[in-house]
Design a binder for this molecule. Structure first.
Ligand SMILES: [Mn+2]
Length: 436
């Protein structure tokens, strides 16, 4: 057995145990999960890139639609593989993948045959988007309580899952280095994106999310999707990942060219320190909301140090002055989904973990526990729309507007690492592969 197969075997044992727990607490007997059907664009014959049902991907890395898993307490999981004969699309034979030994594997040539094999299990729940087929089989589609239990367990990563994320990190780190070299050679956003894709050896839809490659002022658009063709930027903010067997890495770096305003270059260095300090705080039993609050305090400290704000960190955060500069959450869980589920869940039954009173819209509010994987990604941006109200309100005297206007063309800064929480602290999954 290879190391990966051994890790996967333990991962499936975890899935069996947590699924049995979820079934028992929701009074279902059988869990049916399908990899799902493709999404076809309206009035078109073109499909969106296929994403399997994440709960299916949690169990099995097999690609493609219409596969079905049948899970019952005390039985090995059944995997019904959809394997049609088809000359339009390539149908590769399964071969002998490392994961196959952990399932009782069957094959079906049609979707009807897949579901004939599923049958009509009693007290069955179904997870996925083939809800018409599931209802015909007498299954309850996507029951919220069961889904909450399954989502809850997705936040605690097995060693196999961490291995997948680390392999994705190796690819993403290699691609980030190529993107950095392209930027320093004067490349455009489009050329930097190409350098990334080429080094990662993937095509666009194999990325876990659309890359953000922002030169200069575009760095202040949090989800900037453009790829301009003009080069020689002063600042690059690049947020791009990779995925392996369905698990994502999500990494952001911000860097300055030699001709960048030296005050902004200093701000990037300051944010690097802030990010590493925040990572240092990560350990079990801390609330993610408290970590987010620490993020605001430290960013506010940097804003004061650099002269952008004329107020100390406590006062600045209390008056909401750091918010226009740092308007998003400090991070999110990471796994099969880039913004992985259950970051706001306080218990397996879906009861929300309340956000801190000063940050009511925060989406990652859970208590930090061992084996979670999440991002730490503080940001500092010059976003004209968010700063505008402060130019007029009672706090306007606490900002250096001249300095803000001079640095606004530089856009923004975000630095993002992926952390695995350990029993006593954390392991930074990103820095060993991408130290700066
Ligand atoms: Mn992220």
């Amino acid at each position: 057995m290879t190391d990966l197969a051994a890790l996967f075997h333990l991962h499936v044992a975890d899935r069996q145990r947590t699924s049995e727990e979820a079934l028992a607490s929701t009074e279902f007997e059988t869990l049916v999960i399908s990899s799902g059907k493709v999404y076809t664009h309206f009035a078109d014959d073109q499909d969106a890139p296929f994403h399997p049902t994440p709960h299916f991907a949690h169990w099995c890395p097999m690609a493609g639609p219409h596969h079905v898993l049948v899970i019952q307490a005390g039985h090995r999981p059944r995997l019904i593989r959809f394997a049609p004969e088809d000359f339009w699309y390539e149908q590769a034979p399964l071969g002998s993948p490392f994961w196959a030994a952990d399932f009782d594997l069957e094959e079906a040539g049609t979707v009807d045959e897949v579901w004939r094999r599923v049958g009509s299990p009693s007290r069955g729940a179904y997870i996925g988007n083939e809800t018409d087929l599931a209802e015909r089989a007498g299954l309850v589609p996507n029951p919220p309580l069961l889904t909450a239990h399954l989502d809850w367990h997705r936040t605690t990563k097995s060693a196999y899952e961490v291995q997948c994320i680390e392999e994705a990190t190796v690819i993403a780190a290699r691609a980030h280095k190529a993107a950095r070299a392209a930027f320093l050679a004067g490349a455009s956003e489009l050329e930097i994106h190409y350098a990334y894709i080429q080094a990662a050896e993937i095509v666009d839809h194999e990325m876990p999310y659309g890359s953000i490659v922002a030169l200069n002022e575009k760095g202040a658009i949090l989800h900037y999707e453009g790829k301009r063709k003009v080069g020689n930027g002063a600042v690059l903010l690049i947020d791009a990942g990779a995925q392996v067997r369905g698990y994502a890495a999500d990494i952001t770096r911000t860097m300055a060219a030699p001709h960048c305003d030296s005050r902004f270059t200093a701000l990037i260095a300051g944010m690097e320190t802030v990010e590493l300090q925040l990572c240092d705080l990560v350990k079990p039993n801390l609330s993610y909301g408290d970590l987010h609050h620490q993020g605001h305090l430290r960013i506010a400290g940097l804003l004061q140090e650099s002269g952008l704000l004329k107020a100390g960190p406590e006062e600045a955060v209390e008056k909401g002055l750091s918010r226009p500069f740092f308007p998003h959450g400090l991070g999110h869980h990471l796994g099969i989904q880039v913004h992985d589920v259950a970051g706001r869940q306080g218990s397996p039954d879906g009861t929300p973990a309340p956000p801190p009173s000063m940050h009511p819209t925060l989406r990652t509010t859970r208590t930090i526990e061992a084996d979670q994987v999440f991002t730490v990604e503080p940001g500092l941006y010059f976003i004209p729309m968010l700063l505008r109200p402060f130019r007029e309100n009672e706090h306007r005297g606490l900002f250096d507007w001249k300095l803000i206007d001079e640095l606004t063309p530089c856009g923004g800064i975000r630095i993002e690492d992926n952390l695995l929480v350990t029993a006593t602290g954390h392991r930074n999954l990103t820095r060993p592969h991408l130290p700066d």
